[in-house]
Design a protein around this ligand. Sequence first.
Ligand code: F1P
Length: 359
Amino acid sequence: MHTHAEILSQPATWRETAQHFQRARELSEIAKVFSAHEPWLFVACGSSYYLSQIIAAQWSRLLRVPCMAVPASELLFAPHEVLGRTGIKQVVLVSRSGKTTEVLRAARICGAREGTLTLGVTCNEDSELKQFCTKMLTLPWADEKSMVMTRSFTSILLLFAKLSTLFTNDSTLASAMERLPDKATAWLGANADKIRAFATRPFAYFVFLAQGTRFWLAQEAALKLTEMSSSYAQAYHTLEFRHGPKAIASRETLIAFFLSDAAPQEELSLVGEVKRLGAATMVVANRATGALRRESDLLLEFELDDPEFAQVALAAMPAQLFGLQVGLRKGLNPDTPKNLMRAVVLGSNEAAPTKRSNA
Ligand code: F1P
């Protein structure tokens, strides 16, 4: 099975990514051509879209310029709304496969726009993205044989953490990134079996909750579980759970929390509340308090003093392992999820970009 090996190979893949870009000049070239003072737009589909949302949130904070992410279809159906009104002149197009039709079409539109710089990011050396983009970042070693994105997701995330340090000279983040592969190896060694054992419980419903940047991690976690185990999973902003979704909480429900440092008391209170409704709780936190420990059926801690950008890459791993195990429990092959392809390649007449009115 490829998926399992690929999840565990993440620390080695991050090391290889760091070594490659240390030697190559691509990052410094990009830092010269693109501007740290102008807004950025990230465009992608599926996991690459959630990845883009995380990067956009981190870059907005670190570069102090507005950064946003949109699904490629939104750009195709409303190019003026997305590009015109925002006035964005720097666009990053992310596609692991480099073959996703919507991303290629979006790249063509952006590439043809006067004064717009485009950066293509892919694991495919032969991607057509090259034809439309000003610069490329290509990481073939991070590609997966499995259909689902695991190590390419975290490797691209960390590559953008690295790229941000060239714009900001943030030496704390740069040195945290160097230590991260060793920390991730140790963390996987200590936690992978616990996650596998927990995922063998017969849950029927899955909910992932998070706030801030981690909300996009929750979305990715729900997608991972859906892809690998054909289970229906949902993601919400943490405290939104009380506003309706709470109706799903029962003994058959797994509720996973990605905790931030922003509102520990409010989040802790919800963990306790869903537990009293009978749901099982999986809590992913950097550091847990005694109270949180008592309310968590499975507590996954990182105990890092590193910046958030580094922490989110590690926090992506629990749902990868969890989804894989749920898929195996259901007798599925997580390498080849039902109804899915590695890339969504549309025929020329399918989902042609019919523009929204006034867009
Ligand atoms: C994006 C993507 C994957 C998803 C599925 C279909 O692909 O949505 O995230 O797992 O296999 O494609 P890409 O554009 O990043 O290659």
